[in-house]
Design a protein around this ligand. Structure first.
Ligand code: NAP
Length: 445
């Protein structure tokens, strides 16, 4: 492979997300270089105060207040400052000076996306923004790339973790909005000024970004209908529950036809709405996010996970970085699939899992203890044991009859597969077990 020089990466912002991006860039430098085909060299982090405390231990010499100089010396600029200015000017400077850009700035994209995309298109620069909507959840690239050949009809998103946390508390704990907001603030899910979240402004920014992307149409933020959750009452939550619904703040982006004019168009809106408890979005609890996409050919797709958090969001930022760095290096998408890690494929014996074992045993005193010993010999601990009895049957024509048997269903705690398999072998050989009727693994519990 041709040796490519290191790509110089400038980070604008070293806050919740920026500090984690910097840490991961430094800690995983070798691994990332292998994935890209060139080193990713963090050349500096622009902040307001170089001595402010950080959420990661980072070399002080990386910090600067001179963002412009940093940008002018970079191949890739990652904007994680937030806000409109100077973030907008910095991104435009980066693009005009030949750098590719990653940003997580939904507020900026919702207001000035068209200007920034146009500037990038004019010089052939890449502008990636996976982290701008729903934090760690991959939704931008699935819409932009994976669904590029499909026709998206509708997107229903829970894209604001704070309001989902609040509505979930109101539903599960019976809290009022004020009580749930106080808990959200205490746990760090809500900002000191929660207006952007509970007023639906943050969700509206994300709706504008999603609708623009999904429908290949510029959807201005001002055109997004917005209602927050401030007027949601415990009574509404309660009556929704009784009717089999849960109240969620939804960002809805839809392609539809105006029945009076016959005109096809786009609607982007944010409001609290009742969702049937059977809908996948009803199962999104706490501060999690989810985006439900309905497309012509693909049908319904659900994207779910952490919608915020420094390190979670950093994952999406680094994904954008690796993706554009590959194009930067290869002049195309880079490796179709990379096998540089060359890890060994492990035997199933090393996995950790759980077993549910069904045994037929004689219904005699001491049997349970002997079976428990087989498990403990292999250091496998038991979680549940259920027993059902089959009463003694008179043997056809005989006097003594067949002794009563018992069926035991035994669930284990997590243990190495090797130990679980050995336990089952020993059980099968045990004189108190007449039959190992079934063995099935338990996963995801
Ligand atoms: P943050 O913690 O407030 O950090 C902002 C950083 O930018 C700080 O390091 C700050 O410097 C620096 N900064 C701000 N204004 C500056 C200026 N004028 N000049 C130089 N540096 C400046 O923000 P964050 O939570 O990391 O969010 C960053 C971006 O990611 C935002 O666009 C946000 O919407 C987006 N995002 C965040 C999350 C999340 O979970 N936090 C999730 C998805 C997307 P100082 O440290 O010196 O003050």
């Amino acid at each position: 492979m041709i040796e490519y020089r290191n790509l110089r990466v400038a980070l604008l912002g070293g806050g919740s997300v920026g500090a984690q991006v910097a840490r991961l860039l430094l800690e995983q430098a070798d691994e990332l270089a292998n994935r890209v085909g060139a080193g990713l060299e963090l050349v500096g982090i622009a902040v307001r105060d170089v001595d402010a405390p950080r959420t990661a231990d980072l070399p002080r010499e990386l910090f600067t207040t001179d963002a412009e100089s940093l940008i002018l010396g970079a191949d890739v600029v990652i904007e994680l400052m937030g806000g409109i200015e100077p973030a907008r000017s910095h991104i435009l400077l980066a693009i005009s000076s030949g750098a590719d850009v990653v940003t997580a700035n939904k507020a900026l994209l919702a207001l000035h996306g068209p200007e920034l995309f146009e500037a990038a298109d004019q010089v052939g620069a890449q502008l990636n923004y996976e982290a701008a909507v729903a934090g760690a959840i991959p939704i931008i690239r699935p819409l932009r790339d994976s669904l590029a050949g499909d026709r998206v009809h509708r997107i229903l998103g829970i894209v604001n973790g704070t309001t989902n946390f609040i509505l979930d508390r109101m539903d599960t704990e019976g809290d009022t909005l004020e009580e749930a907001l106080a808990t959200a603030t205490e746990l760090g899910y809500a900002e000191a000024d929660p207006t952007a979240d509970i007023g639906g402004y943050d969700a509206a920014q994300k709706a504008a970004i999603l609708a623009s992307l999904a429908f290949h149409t510029t959807v201005p933020l001002a055109s997004v209908h917005r209602e927050g959750i401030t007027s949601v009452t415990p009574q509404q939550i309660e009556s929704a529950r009784k009717a089999g619904y849960v109240v969620k703040l939804l960002a809805i982006c839809e392609r539809l036809t105006d029945a009076t004019t016959g005109e096809e168009g786009v609607s982007a809106r944010v409001y609290p709405a009742m969702v049937p408890r059977t809908h996948p979005l009803a199962a999104v609890h706490g501060a999690n996010n989810a985006v439900f996409v309905e497309a012509e050919a693909a049908g319904s797709l659900m994207f779910y996970g952490a919608g915020a958090g420094g390190v979670e969001t950093a994952s999406a930022v680094l994904g954008d970085l690796v993706s554009l760095a590959r194009r930067h290096v290869a002049g195309g998408p880079g490796f179709a699939a990379s096998s540089h890690a060359d890890l060994p494929i492990l035997d199933i014996g090393v996995i950790t899992t759980r077993y549910a074992v069904t045994l037929e045993v004689a219904d005699e005193p001491g049997v349970l203890a002997r079976i428990a010993t087989v498990f403990s010999d292999h250091k496998v601990s038991l979680e549940l044991v259920e027993q059902s009895l089959t009463p003694a049957q008179p043997e056809a024509g005989g006097a003594e009859g067949v002794p009563a048997t018992a069926t035991l269903v035994i669930g284990t705690h997590a243990a190495p597969e090797r130990a679980l398999a050995a336990t089952v072998r020993d059980l099968a050989a045990s004189t108190v077990v007449s039959n190992v009727a079934s063995v099935i693994r338990i996963e995801g519990a």
